[in-house]
Design a protein around this ligand. Structure first.
Ligand code: SF4
Length: 322
């Protein structure tokens, strides 16, 4: 399926997803990838679907969404692979403009040092580039890149793209326990983000079990330390890991609901208080879970977040694949 959604997204509002790459053609094989190990590791750009096919499917979906009385805030290229591997990327973005809806691209940034990729992305209204680490050895372990990729070239490409890009550039960094969660790695990342100056730098954590290897988010204490280092130095850092409105599913058992939601998404205090109140329960349930070590809380700026206490932090199978 090429078109999916629209799904509510904190970054993009109601986003209609465009899967312009078949799973799983990618330049990386990230340890936390939801789609599993990369089966088609490649750097060559190619055509996967014809531009006409993509436009026809998106056009149909746009009509259906409008007829249902719903809105689309962004048309987002966010495939089960790396969107810039699509040789037709520029043509697709150009033709999507006919719908009068802003176009977003979520990329792992691995090809951003290529001038053709930069030129094509220039047409998008919003671009997200992944930067999990600026340390070469950490990058190799977490993103498991194609062996011919070079991290310095990618970082230079990001800086060059930022200089000329007229749209909104954001970055996203996934934090994984034992891989890129040290204070040193965080400071290096902050230095790069300060040089890049994107509109927003999102920090995220693995929130659903990846298909291939077992990875976990940093412990609440480590997360708190990372957040403090970033908040002190990078004013445009934001957290992308709290639950969305659509994540709340009541089972009628408040304690179970809190545990199941915080296991996949940290929960902002305001949202948790609303959930407790809607269930007719009291805040004591939350205090008991905290006292029992079942959940933890961290602070970021003026907000408090509650998350499942990951006590069992293990990792395996994080060697490069190419
Ligand atoms: S870049 Fe994205 S699609 Fe590719 S391996 Fe990483 S998470 Fe998966």
């Amino acid at each position: 399926m090429i078109a999916f959604g629209p799904v509510p997204s904190r970054r993009l509002g109601y986003s209609l997803g465009i899967n312009n790459i078949p799973a799983k053609h990618c330049t990386y094989s990230c340890v936390y990838c939801q789609v599993g190990r990369t089966t088609h590791m490649q750097l060559e750009r190619q055509e996967f679907y014809s531009v006409d096919q993509i436009l026809a499917e998106i056009g149909q979906k746009v009509i259906e969404v409008a007829e249902a009385g719903k809105k689309i805030d962004y048309l987002t290229l966010v495939p089960d692979g790396e969107p810039t591997l699509d040789l037709n990327l520029g043509k697709i973005i150009g033709r999507l403009k006919q719908f009068g809806i802003p176009v977003a691209v979520i990329s792992n940034a691995s090809l951003i040092d290529r001038l053709d990729v930069q030129e094509e992305l220039m047409q998008a209204d919003w671009v997200s580039l992944k930067v999990d680490s600026v340390d070469e050895s950490v990058w190799r372990k977490i993103n498991r890149p194609h062996r011919h990729l070079s991290l310095p070239h990618i970082l230079e490409g990001m800086l060059a793209f930022k200089q000329k890009y007229p749209g909104k550039l954001v970055t996203e960094s996934m934090l994984v326990a034992g891989l890129n969660d040290s204070a040193k790695t965080t400071r290096q990342l902050c230095d790069f983000l300060l040089e890049l100056q994107p509109s927003i730098s999102y920090l995220s954590i693995p929130t659903r079990p990846p298909a291939e290897v077992e990875v976990t988010p940093p412990s609440p204490e480590t997360l708190q330390e990372i957040i403090e280092i970033c908040a002190e130095r990078v004013p445009f850092v934001d957290l992308l890991f709290e639950a969305e409105v659509g994540d709340f599913v009541s089972t009628g058992n408040l304690e179970e609901d809190i545990l199941s939601i915080t296991a996949v998404h940290p929960l902002r205090e305001e949202a948790l208080r609303a959930m407790v109140s809607a269930s007719g329960g009291t805040w004591q349930v939350v205090e008991d879970l905290l006292a029992g070590g079942k959940i933890s809380s961290i602070r970021y700026r003026d907000e408090r977040y509650f998350l499942h206490h990951f006590k069992d932090i293990r990792r395996r199978n994080v060697e490069p694949v190419s």
